[in-house]
Design a protein around this ligand. Structure first.
Ligand SMILES: Nc1ncnc2c1ncn2[C@@H]1O[C@H](COP(=O)(O)OP(=O)(O)OP(=O)(O)O)[C@@H](O)[C@H]1O
Ligand SMILES: [Zn+2]
Length: 894
């Protein structure tokens, strides 16, 4: 995370209000944090400082977040306090990865290892055994500092326990063992830090760094993020990160929203499109009117959520923490007893008891056990976030793994929520069509319901401009429709329920009135108690929906539909899905949805609810796991849900459940192995002989194992991403074989190529439909379409195709190609349509040079010709879309 605190510090830099006191959050990388013992230490060190309001310690990422008054206490003071205790703290630099601990072990560890190795030759030269003591002394330097600090704060931590063990070993004359303990402990700690750093580096890359300054569109002036008010128009050049949430007011471009949605294909933006801070403007200049302050941007909210998620402890974690609290003191008391009792009784083999006591002491640190849950949760949250699922806490992940039944809302979840009007009729010529459209569109402009958008668009297509300013009164009836007063008329628009509300005179006859309409969802318009219009709409299912439900079924999870829409619409959707849903419930009010969720919970157990609308918010809250859909889903749904899917890809629902299950398994294995290791060491010590270094190895070894095992959750994600989740296989297969040349952002990123290359598509023509830019929009919700976006000719691309980008000037027929491009009115974009200047693919595009992308495939005969360099125009396809002909080959290369 680029640390909002750092951002805040940057903002603070320009203002002089510092003396007035300003609360800021500072992110610190504290490498000395090993387990809960250090958490207490850090809190005891920082909490008493004047000006510190809150201290949060995130163990897995070794991060300390300090909320402090910059006037009363500086970042540097905080760092100093922590470093005095040997905690190796540093302020997280903007955009840097969490506390780079250095790839190499510290000189202390190296010296310790060398000395210890030399001491192993003691049988040949007895004085060499002293080198082992030297090794222990050198290696324990960093531990000493921390142990002192902990002792000063009356905290018993692992460093103290280890030092006692070392001293005990020296006292017993087992010098090599003393050296070995120190060496094992420090090496394991270093490895653990390396692992954790890797995990938290992922956290940082998750939130792409939002710029600290913006360029004002009008004046070109550069101002700090903090000074940007809502409504300011800022300039975003090609290749820049969008600095604010806002609406495009000028220009057009394609934006990579992968930092928010996890889907790395560009989304076309034109006037009126929404853009979000942290996304990358791939090509073209756009001006954006801000709709939120920097601290309220979606990415900032995401950061806060992830931060909170790390802090919110899951049930398992709370249980373990409360056990651990009693475990350490109990074992320490036991260890003391094991020494004292034999001494008092005058037992013969005192050394044995002393050793046993030391083994017990070393085992007193419940490190691995305490780490077993948070590290796994951390990695799982990170993986979830990378796939565009924002989970609000570890317990949500655990609940996800327990889900037995999934309830889906229809509109906007199973279907795209993008209605098209099938019929729009005036009833018995009571009013003029233009009048009706004017009323309906003006009133619907006030609603965020998906049907409203379709109605407004329909009116516009009939050259009727909605005038929301003419609407004097509105009221939204969830599950029914909308009421509005316009030009003195009282108008109700909605389903049959609204008829009753409007005391419509044709109530009885109403049913017949709606017959004969083509669409599946029927709407009525009632003016002053008289049915004046009716319309029908239809919506299509998201492409991944059926597959998602089938996947859930294969996992033993039943899927049901809960919709506010009509029975006909519910059945229509079920038909489109091939009948995969097990239950359909239609015509529901928000409270009905809650009742049904409660019923499902009672009948089947843990229930998952996926929804998007305001009408789903109560049901989302009532479910064990409520997942809201999409960035542009209703704010209420996002607020009340337990997790938010940042894109419209429903296939991520089963993925999320799988992740939840894996997290639970990982935690179970972690707990079992950490408890098992301790038990084995103690059993070995009691039954056979107490060996100190084995106890230390078991302690630090299981810690390391727990961390590495948890990180498998991340690694699989990486592998899955390389495979592009299977969803866009064809497209990625294309690119993965040639990561260096792939002309496709999706592919080059997913394949781990170093440069993100633009997708070879052209920005959509203006007015191509507002919905297309929704992250969950129709074109982007599913694998097939991903590919479609990725390479326009995907469907014609053979699986093994290789995409090569060549500047046109290197191509013989450059002029033809350029002329072709120009003819299509895309002089700047070149073949690659909208490529950022920075990207290799269209490096030349902005220099006025065009570029073409060639697709070569071994399988298709023409492509093998292409390989032999005697390709005819047919053999190679340009990735650029052909504008008007929607994805046709726009430039051909010989
Ligand atoms: N703004 C509106 N304009 C016209 N009809 C509306 C409007 N809002 C709601 N309705 C009517 O009320 C019905 C129920 O709406 P509601 O928002 O509860 O569910 P939905 O969004 O259609 O479906 P789902 O519950 O699957 O999301 C809609 O099907 C529609 O007929
Ligand atoms: Zn520990």
């Amino acid at each position: 995370m680029p640390g909002p605190a750092v951002e805040a510090a940057a903002r603070g830099g320009g203002c002089c209000g510092k003396t007035a006191g300003k609360w800021e959050k500072t992110y610190l990388d504290v490498l000395g944090i090993c387990c809960t013992a250090e958490v207490a230490l850090v809190e005891r060190l920082l909490a008493p400082i004047n000006g510190v309001r809150a201290v949060t310690v995130v163990v897995p990422s070794r991060t300390v977040i300090v909320d402090h008054d910059t006037a009363a206490v500086s970042q540097f003071h905080i760092v100093k306090v922590l470093n005095k205790a040997g905690l190796e703290a540093s302020v997280r630099a903007y955009g840097s990865s969490a506390g780079a601990p250095g790839r190499w072990p510290s000189p202390f560890i190296v010296a310790c290892g060398v000395l210890l190795a030399a001491s192993l030759f003691a049988p040949l030269l007895p004085p060499l055994r002293w080198l082992a003591v030297a090794a222990a002394c050198v290696g324990s330097q960093p531990m000493l500092l921390r142990a002192f600090a902990a002792a000063g704060k009356l905290t018993l931590d692992i460093n103290i326990l280890m030092l006692i063990a070392v001293a005990g070993a020296v006292a017993l004359g087992s010098y090599t063992e003393a050296g070995a303990i120190v060496f094992l402990f420090t090496v394991a700690e270093w490895l653990e830090t390396l692992a954790c750093t890797k995990a938290s580096a992922g956290m940082l890359s998750l939130m792409s760094s939002v710029p600290k300054t913006v360029v004002l569109a009008e004046t070109g002036q550069v101002v700090g993020m903090g000074d940007v008010a809502v409504g300011t128009v800022v300039a975003v050049r090609a290749g820049d990160v969008v600095p604010v949430d806002g609406v495009v007011v000028g220009g057009q471009s394609e934006v990579d929203e992968s930092s928010l949605t996890g889907e790395s294909f560009p989304v076309p933006k034109q006037a009126q499109s929404e853009v979000w801070a942290g996304t990358i403007n791939l090509d073209g200049y756009i001006s954006v009117r801000t709709t939120a302050l920097a601290e309220n941007s979606t990415v900032a909210k995401m950061e806060r959520l992830v931060e909170e998620a790390q802090n919110s402890r899951s049930r398992t974690q709370r249980l373990i923490d409360s056990c651990a609290k009693h475990y350490t003191p109990a074992v320490v008391v036991l260890a003391a007893g094991v020494v004292l009792v034999p001494v008092l009784l005058g037992a013969p083999d005192l050394e044995h008891w002393f050793r046993l006591s030391l083994v017990l002491l070393v085992s007193a640190c419940p490190c691995a056990l305490v780490l077993s849950t948070p590290v796994a949760t951390f990695c799982a949250l990170l993986r979830a976030a990378r796939m565009g699922l924002l989970v609000k806490g570890g317990n949500v992940l655990e609940s996800l793994g327990e889900v037995r039944v999934a309830a889906f809302d229809k509109t906007g979840t199973i279907t795209r929520g993008e209605f098209s009007i099938k019929d729009f009729l005036v009833v018995r010529d009571k009013v003029q069509m233009s009048q009706l459209l004017y009323w309906v569109s003006s009133i619907e402009s006030k609603s965020s319901h998906p049907m409203a958008a379709a109605l407004v668009e329909y009116a516009q297509s009939k050259s009727i401009q909605p005038k929301p300013e003419d609407v004097t009164e509105t009221c939204i009836y969830h599950g029914e429709g909308i009421y509005g007063a316009i030009n003195g008329k009282h108008i109700y628009i909605g389903n049959e329920r609204i008829m009753a509300r409007s005391s419509c005179r044709q109530q009885e006859a109403g049913h017949r009135e709606t017959d004969g309409l083509k669409g599946v969802s029927v709407g009525l318009v009632i003016c002053d108690g008289d049915l004046v219009g009716k319309f029908s709409l239809s919506d299509t299912c998201r492409t991944g929906a059926a597959e998602a439900i089938l996947q859930l079924r294969s996992m033993g999870i039943k899927s049901v539909m809960l919709t506010g829409d009509s029975e006909a619409a519910a059945k229509h959707a079920q038909e489109q899905l091939g009948g995969v849903l097990e239950e359909l419930h239609s015509g529901l009010l928000p409270e009905d949805k809650v009742r049904l969720i409660r019923g499902l919970q009672a009948r089947h157990g843990a229930t998952l609810m996926v929804g998007d609308g305001m009408n789903d918010a109560p049901a989302l809250a009532a479910a064990d796991v409520g997942v809201s859909m999409g960035l542009s889903g209703s704010a209420a749904a996002i607020e009340t849900s337990h997790a938010t899917l940042m894109s419209g890809d429903v296939l991520r629902v089963p993925k999320a459940v799988r992740l939840g299950r894996r997290t639970r398994r990982t935690i179970a294995v972690n707990v079992a192995s950490s408890v098992g290791a301790k038990a084995a060491v103690l059993a070995l010590a009691v039954a056979w002989r107490p060996v100190l270094w084995v106890a230390v190895l078991a302690d630090v070894g299981t810690c390391l194992l727990v961390v590495l095992h948890s990180m498998l959750l991340l690694r699989d994600a990486a592998r899955a991403r390389r495979r592009c989740g299977g969803a866009s296989k064809a497209c990625c297969a294309t690119a993965c074989k040639a990561p260096k040349t792939a002309c496709c952002a999706t592919a080059s990123k997913a394949c781990g190529a170093t440069t993100v290359k633009p997708v070879a598509t052209r920005p959509q023509p203006a007015g191509a439909g507002k919905k297309a830019d929704r992250p969950g929009g129709d074109k982007h919700g599913n694998g097939k379409d991903d590919c479609h976006r990725c390479c326009h000719k995907q469907s014609k691309l053979p699986e093994d195709a290789v995409v090569i980008a060549i500047p046109v000037r290197a191509v013989e027929h450059r002029k033809d190609a350029a002329a072709h491009e120009k003819a299509e009115g895309n002089a700047a974009g070149g073949c690659c349509g909208g490529a950022p200047a920075s990207a290799a693919c269209c490096a030349e595009a902005h220099g006025g040079e065009d570029e073409v992308c060639i697709v070569i495939s071994a399988r298709s005969p023409c492509c093998s010709t292409a390989r032999s360099r005697s390709a005819s125009p047919k053999d190679a396809m340009c990735c650029g879309s052909g504008g008007k002909d929607g994805g046709a080959i726009s430039a051909l290369v010989c």
